[in-house]
Design a protein. Structure first.
Length: 94
């Protein structure tokens, strides 16, 4: 799963799709207006609370969340991801 829908996030997905090591499930966004949109044939999933993230993790089988911008990872680490059980989930900045 890739965080955000910015040009940088979309570019990251383009690069990840060239690798056999990644299976991009979609995009995560806190922007409700983008929920359900399709970017590069991948669905955009909206979240607001830690419960939303936990539900998406369970339903989609999220194994990692990749951030294209360090500032996004820092903001979400303190806002959402610190309260969700991501013990077996990799949260990375690329």
């Amino acid at each position: 799963m890739v965080y955000g829908t910015s040009d940088k996030s979309v570019s990251m997905v383009t690069r990840l799709e060239q690798s056999s090591h990644y299976n991009v499930l979609g995009f995560l966004t806190p922007d409700k207006l983008k929920d359900g949109q399709i970017r590069l044939d991948h669905k955009v999933y909206w979240f607001e609370t830690e419960e939303d993230i936990a539900r998406l993790k369970q339903i989609l089988g999220i194994e990692s969340v990749l951030f294209s911008k360090y500032s996004d990872s820092e903001e979400e680490k303190s806002r959402i991801f610190s309260t969700v059980d991501f013990a077996n989930t990799d949260v990375s900045i690329h």
